[in-house]
Ligand binder design. Structure first.
Ligand code: IMP
Length: 437
């Protein structure tokens, strides 16, 4: 039988609240693609890739950068902190990685020091206020200036785009307007550089980045027309999507697959295959409802085994059982073609393994997700127990070699999530992956 033709473009999307291990999967798929594209979010995302024991932490730069012959494209929908970008480029080069393939959209928006300060100011204020009224804490952002940068984009008048870094006169005007619009507290903060200093630094960085800056929408069209294969790398994840996640405890961009056309400047018809990544359990960083959250010592065990501490902030992640209601929602919303389950090895020795198959709200059972934080906060998980496994599976490379209870877990998830499983991860290294279909 002739081998099925591989899709020309694939999107890798987080199916839960982030940190599902997308970086590792993108890294695995990158060799068979020509370009890896980030289309949303900014330095709030954190991708860790382990190659032969060497760890790479990326926030803005697409994971495809680790292959010298690939293009790594930061498209228009990303918000770029110029200093952070430069730092990542320098770090990669210091580790011997060739970054020539990194390309930046002229229309991506810039995160300024005002945005980061505003993010922190609002978080501090809100945390205090929420704590008093609701005892739920603030949004718990990464304080990377993401929300204020996207808000500025929507406000327009003082928004700075990458192309503006190359136009000193206009840039000066924009930075001074941004300073004028910043809250007095921030404007007068001695830790915030002066508008002149911000402008000089942006011009300096613009000159360094100049050869990488282009219209990435045309670039992507040209690549597609030439038959090149594209890999879209979602930042953050489906349940953090500003429209479809657990609002308001979400990020500020469309971090599901729905953000790809707008964030990369391509047609929805140009996305041919959607691969969603979920962990064998759930995690969440920051505030917001989390129906399957584990409150006892088991959470600590899973956190330590799975190294569940934020790549961006170092915060301990909240831990919960796999939520099949949420996963089915992610499959529906993204139009998922197949699923990849990571971190299966972390569940070894945990018996039973629980999964959530429905919610109960005010005595009524539902199998539908509730992407509204206040409704979801009232949902009680209906958990069922599946038998656990004790073997160390980190060296297993084929489905047949997995313990039968681990295989049973995978097939249960596949059946109830509504999409086939194509991959399972059994450890952080590139090689620690089992192909299923
Ligand atoms: P922001 O994106 O920094 O505004 O944060 C908003 C919420 O999204 C917070 O709860 C963050 O912890 C969460 N968040 C943003 N990006 C990621 C990610 O890549 N992984 C996990 N959580 C994230």
């Amino acid at each position: 039988m002739p081998k099925a033709k591989k899709p020309q473009s694939t999107a890798v999307i987080g199916a839960q609240w982030g940190d599902e291990g997308k970086g590792k999967i993108v890294d695995r798929l990158a060799p068979e693609h020509d370009a890896v594209i980030r289309y949303n979010g900014g330095a709030n995302a954190g991708h860790t890739i382990v190659v032969q024991g060497k760890r790479f932490s990326l926030h803005l730069v697409p994971s495809g950068i680790l292959y010298p012959d690939k293009k790594a494209i930061i498209a228009n929908g990303v918000v770029v902190d110029p200093d952070q970008l430069l730092k990542e480029i320098d770090n990669l080069e210091a580790q011997g990685i060739d970054t020539a393939g990194l390309i930046l959209s002229d229309r991506a928006h810039i995160v300024t020091p005002y945005h980061k300060a505003e993010d922190a100011r609002r978080e501090t204020l809100l945390a205090r206020e929420f704590n008093e009224q609701e005892a739920t804490g603030g949004i718990g952002t990464t304080r990377r200036g993401i929300g204020p940068a996207y808000a500025e984009k929507a406000h327009r008048a003082a928004a700075i785009r990458v192309a503006d870094l190359l136009r000193p006169a206009e840039l000066k005007q924009l930075v001074s307007r941004a300073a004028q619009l910043a809250s007095p507290e921030i404007r007068e903060d001695p830790d915030i550089p002066s508008p002149e200093a911000i402008c000089d630094r942006f011009i300096e960085i613009g000159e360094i980045l100049r050869p990488r800056i282009t219209d990435t929408s045309y670039l992507l069209h040209d690549l597609q027309r030439a038959g090149k294969r594209l890999l879209f790398e979602g930042g953050n994840a489906t349940l953090l999507d500003v429209d479809h996640g657990t609002y308001p405890y979400v990020t500020s961009s469309n971090s599901s697959a729905l953000g790809i056309p707008a964030g990369a400047g391509i047609s929805p018809k140009a996305i041919h295959n959607i691969l969603a990544i979920c962990k064998a359990y759930c995690t969440r960083v920051g505030g917001g409802p989390f129906p399957t959250e584990i409150q006892d010592d088991l959470a600590t065990t899973i956190r330590e085994r799975g190294r569940e501490f934020g790549t961006t902030t170092g915060r301990p992640r909240r831990i919960g059982w796999l939520d099949l209601v949420a996963l089915r929602y992610a499959v529906m919303l993204n139009g998922v073609d197949s699923l990849c389950m990571t971190m299966l090895d972390v569940l070894s020795g945990i018996d039973p393994i629980k999964v959530c198959i429905a919610y109960e709200i005010d005595g009524n059972r539902t199998e539908r997700f509730l992407p509204d934080a206040r409704s979801l906060a009232r949902a009680k998980p209906v958990l069922i127990s599946l038998p656990g496994f004790t073997e160390d599976i980190s060296a297993v490379r084929s489905l047949d070699d997995l313990p039968s209870n681990a295989r049973h877990y995978l097939s249960y998830v596949e059946e109830h999530a509504g999409a086939p499983l194509s991959l399972a991860g059994v450890g952080p290294d590139r090689e620690q992956t089992i192909e299923i279909h």
